[in-house]
Ligand binder design. Structure first.
Ligand code: PBG
Length: 340
């Protein structure tokens, strides 16, 4: 029998995938992935010692906010349908110390920002807070620095976790609905869960930065928080070469009581997003980070790329890979685009 007569070939000849791509209505009918404003979480920076908001040079369109402009931008987010913000604090340099203790001060800038949003919005806007010390330490590491038995400088795991617990409880007291430990210390989720529960905050959720890579794509963020870091975070954040340890990290965080797991950055790690979402019994978030944002902005400002199309394509791809929530500096722009 000649091959053109085989039933299989006949089927293949009549199988025309382009039929489902013919018109906008047809494409919309068959779209497998749909973004919604409620998928997005908007990261925001609240800075101490400012009279007015100030644009972050490496993140055009993103700002260091005063407490007042923080409330204003949160209103814009909510009006666009974005129902969760993630707050980072930027203290004045004089308030930084070796342990980052202003991170859990009741009147520290991050807790003031949380309190202001919770008072302004009540339960209408979910307030998530970054639970990490790097913005607050004078050395810029995500934890307490000490020496090991050989005299090497190391970030001390358990001493750091004690600080995270103080910080998480102070964030809950300030009104955070979600705390988000991003420092990649072992056992941080279990310790924070216990500290929150003991303080009576059993309703406060934990979004665990489970698979957080030592990434060059965090560069603009470090400018944004005026990081004091010298060196790198490779001794606690993950090696970009590895996938398996992400599965272990996510499994541990789930076992320790995380309510969400997160993969970060997003686009360079879509394989990780997909593998974690394949097995996770809890929501999987992905963080489209500062460098991913800055690249689209920079190429767009040069006329080298259509920035809006690249934004929507990036966010769609992150969701298609399996992310349930996307942390993105584009949250308001993308939400507005979805309404347009
Ligand atoms: C650390 C933290 C970082 C980011 C979020 N939390 C930076 C880092 O680990 O150096 C990066 C966010 C971004 O790049 O958008 N607390």
């Amino acid at each position: 029998m000649s091959s053109s007569a085989s039933p299989l070939t006949k089927t293949n000849q009549s199988r025309r995938p382009r039929r489902l791509r013919t018109t906008p209505a047809m494409r919309d009918l068959v779209a497998e992935t749909r973004l919604s404003p409620s998928d997005f979480i908007l990261p925001l920076f609240v800075a101490d010692g400012l009279d007015a908001k100030r644009e972050i040079a490496s993140m055009p369109g993103q700002y260091h906010h005063t407490v007042d402009t923080l409330k204003a931008i949160a209103h814009e987010a909510l009006d666009a349908g974005v129902t969760c913000v993630d707050l980072f604090g930027v203290p004045v340099d004089g308030d930084k110390d070796a342990r980052g203790s202003v991170a859990w001060a009741e009147d520290g800038i991050l807790n003031r920002g949380i309190r202001a949003l919770r008072e302004e919005f009540g339960e209408d806007l979910l307030v998530m807070a970054d639970t990490c010390l790097d913005e607050f330490t004078d050395h810029g590491h995500c934890g307490v620095v000490g020496t090991d038995r050989f005299g090497n400088e190391v970030v001390l795991n358990d001493e750091t976790i004690e600080c995270y617990c103080h910080m998480a409880v102070s964030q809950a007291e300030a009104g955070a609905h979600i705390v988000s430990p991003s420092g990649m210390m072992d056992g941080q989720v279990a310790a924070i869960r216990r500290a929150l529960d003991e303080a009576g905050w059993d309703n406060v959720a934990i979004m665990a930065y489970s698979a957080k890579y030592a990434s060059s794509f965090f560069g603009p963020f470090r400018d944004a928080v005026r990081s004091s870091l010298v060196g790198d975070r490779r001794a606690y954040q993950q090696d970009p070469a590895n996938a398996r340890e992400s599965l272990l990290e996510a499994e541990l965080d789930i076992a320790e009581g995380a309510d969400f797991v997160m993969v970060k950055p997003a686009l360079p790690y879509l394989d990780i997003v997909a593998r974690v979402s394949d097995f996770s019994p809890i929501p999987v978030a992905a963080y489209h980070v500062s460098g991913e944002y800055a690249m689209i902005k920079a190429a767009g400002n040069n006329g080298w790329i259509d920035p809006e199309a690249a934004m929507m394509e990036s966010l769609t791809s992150i969701k298609r890979a399996g992310a349930d929530q996307i942390l993105t500096y584009f949250a308001i722009d993308a939400a507005r685009k979805l309404h347009a």
